[in-house]
Each structure stands twice: as C-alpha cells, then as structure tokens.
Write a protein that binds this ligand. Structure first.
Ligand code: SF4
Ligand code: SF4
Ligand code: FES
Length: 353
C-alpha cells in the first residue's frame, strides 16, 4: 500500500515546516523506523533522525508519531493507521493514509527529528542518580572475592521494588509529554523522579534522608507534578513514572511531622487533616496552619498580613465554619485508607539481612 508521511523538519536557526513524503509498497507490519530508513535511503538523504538498536532497547528513536511520543522501532504502520486520522478525500480522490511525525516536545530541536537531550540529562543529574555509599562500604563492595561481610545483600522482595523503574531506557517520551515541564522549568521531570524512586527504595543507598528532603523541598521535585498521567500513558517500558512519584510522596509524608515539614509537605498534610476534621477545608485556618505553621513561622504569618486584612475588609473571610454534613463518612474513608496503608507497610518486604 501507499502511505503518506507528514514529517516536521527544521534546520538550525530556522522555523519548522511540514514536508509530505509518499512511500510505496508499505506493509502494515513495517515499523515506523523501517519507513523512515527507506525515506532516507531511497529518497531524501538529508532527513535526520536518531536510531540504534531497532529493538526497543536503546531509547534513541523516540519521536512524536500521530501526536504522541513513541518509539519508532516499536510502532508499526498498521497500528498507527488504525489509531491515526481518517484518510482524507481531496477533490473526489482519496489520498494515501497519513502518519504524522514530529520531534519530541519540551526539548530544543537540533535538526528535523533530532532533539538536544542535554536538558533531559541535566535533570537526571540533579537527582544524583547513583547509589550513595560511604567510602568504606563502597570499598567493601568492590572487594573481591566478596564475602558475607563485604557483599551488599538484598532480599528478592527488596530487589523487586527496583525493577519497574529499572526498566527505563531513557528514551525521553515521558519528558516530551510532561505538562508540568511545559510551565515549570525547575521541575526535574518524570524520568528523573522514576530513577529517584529506584534509589530511595534501594537498601544499599545511604542517602535516603537527603534524597527525600531534596525531592520534597519545592516544586522542582515530586510536588511539581500535576498528576496529568501523560507519562504513564506514553512510557513504552511501563515504568509508570507517576506511580513512582506517588511512592516517593508517600515516603516523604510518612517521615515528617507537620510542624517540622517544609511548606509543600505541610500543605498536603494539613489539607488531609482539615478534611478529616471538618469534612472540608476551614479556609480561615488553612493558610495560618500551612504558611504560618500554626504560629511558629512569623515571617510566613507576616506575609499573610496584608492579604488577610484586605480579605477581611471586603468580607471575604468567613466568620464561622460549619462542618460538612458528611464529615463522619469522609473521616471513615480517610481512616480506612490509612489503615490499609499501615497494613501494606507491615507487609512490606524486609530490609536485607
Ligand atoms: S503525571 Fe506528573 S510527571 Fe507525569 S507527565 Fe504529568 S505532570 Fe509530568
Ligand atoms: S520512564 Fe519510560 S518514557 Fe520515560 S524515559 Fe524511561 S522508558 Fe522512556
Ligand atoms: S532504535 Fe533503539 S529503541 Fe528504537
């Protein structure tokens, strides 16, 4: 069959443009990468894209195909035509079914489908992506032959906690689709946070406390995620970065009392506590408890002063608070979730012997 490929092309320093290529003798089982190779080898040698393994291993060939980030060597023409736009009719004649191809999003384009991955690697670097060991223990790790006292043991169950994030091939598809990254350049992004979960749950790592502090400190870490789910939907390796982010959030919330927590953590904790107390949020108290830390943070309280006064003058501050009629039900739901989480914690895999 014939297939039209509409490919977004761009030279350094110029605006992107869309070029159409008609490819003959295409089979539904051909991968998109097979087709790109033919377009380059048989037609336009200037077409630029990355590829390497051709087998969903290296992550090089990620690009946007039919509007969504995917691996070109994983998707085939049949699947893309089934999920893509309808074949158009122009002037009474059907045109060949069409597949659109664009470079990854959230990254600068170098040429055509080749993007500059440096911002992606910089964000990975920011989470210190290696197991952290004291120098003495690290030396013992390297000792050979290993003995029971020098090797680092890990139970199979603990090891299993690292596997899903460990499947990441650093393709950048999640980064490309991340809505938070589009508006918050400080956010480290889904791939770096998935990697961070792998280290937080790694029993060999000795920097868990520092990691959780860094990851929960501001909107560059887990609180910067808007939970849009895009990363889970596009990841070709089922790493499910959003789920990994949720694991880190749970670890952060579990380790910190509200009054000692950073503001983003206190925000989450206070929200849940207030809903548990009154069925909904008592707005008179919320800012005082989160920003003012219940009277402990004078600077925070002072920062609320002028806004609070203006709201008071304009009658925007409710004078009373009435609990929601459904408070008992809401409270029982929150308590049930907490009981289930505690049971999960009790059943969690043991630390290594
Ligand atoms: S769920 Fe969070 S990390 Fe994943 S794409 Fe959306 S904003 Fe980004
Ligand atoms: S988490 Fe998934 S989508 Fe993101 S870089 Fe890794 S393999 Fe690619
Ligand atoms: S070429 Fe390696 S993942 Fe596609």
């Amino acid at each position: 069959m014939q297939v039209t490929f509409q490919i977004t092309r761009q030279e350094p320093g110029s605006a992107p443009r869309v070029e159409s290529y008609l490819l003959e003798n295409v089979s539904p089982g051909n991968t998109i990468l097979d087709c790109l190779n033919r377009l380059k080898w048989e037609g336009d040698g200037s077409l630029s894209f990355r590829k390497n393994c051709r087998n969903t291993i290296c992550g090089s060939c990620a690009m946007r195909i039919n509007g969504r980030s995917r691996l070109a060597c994983k998707e085939n023409v049949g699947q893309m035509l089934a999920s893509g736009p309808e074949t158009s009719i122009t002037g009474g004649s059907p045109i060949a079914p069409t597949i659109t191809i664009e470079p990854l999003g959230n990254l600068p384009v170098i040429r055509d489908l080749v993007v500059d991955l440096q911002p992606f690697w910089d964000r990975l670097e920011a989470i210190h992506p290696a197991v952290s060991r004291s120098s003495q223990l690290a030396a013992a790790d390297r000792a050979w032959p290993a003995t029971a006292s020098t090797e680092t043991r890990q139970t199979p169950d603990r090891r299993a906690l690292l596997e899903q994030a460990g499947n990441c091939i650093a393709c950048g598809a999640c980064y490309s689709e991340c809505n938070a990254l589009m508006v918050n350049p400080q956010f480290v992004g889904p791939q770096a946070l998935a990697k961070a979960q792998r280290l937080v749950d790694d029993t060999r790592d000795q920097a868990q406390g520092d990691r959780l502090t860094q990851l929960g400190a501001d909107n560059s870490g887990v609180w910067g995620c808007t939970r849009c789910m895009a990363c889970n939907e596009v990841c070709p390796m089922e790493v499910a970065p959003l789920d990994r982010i949720s694991q880190i959030k749970s670890a952060i919330l579990a380790r910190t009392a509200p009054q000692q927590a950073d503001r983003p953590v206190r925000h989450r904790q206070t929200l849940v506590e207030m809903v548990r107390e009154g069925g909904w949020v008592d707005e008179r108290q919320f800012a005082l408890r989160v920003v003012g830390n219940g009277g402990r943070d004078w600077r925070g309280l002072a920062s609320l002063g002028s806004l609070g006064l203006r709201m008071l003058v304009r009658g925007k501050v409710p004078l009373t608070f009435e609990r929601s009629p459904g408070t008992a039900e809401v409270r029982s739901l929150i308590d049930a979730v907490r009981t289930a989480a505690a049971a999960d914690q009790d059943n969690a895999p043991d630390s290594p012997a």
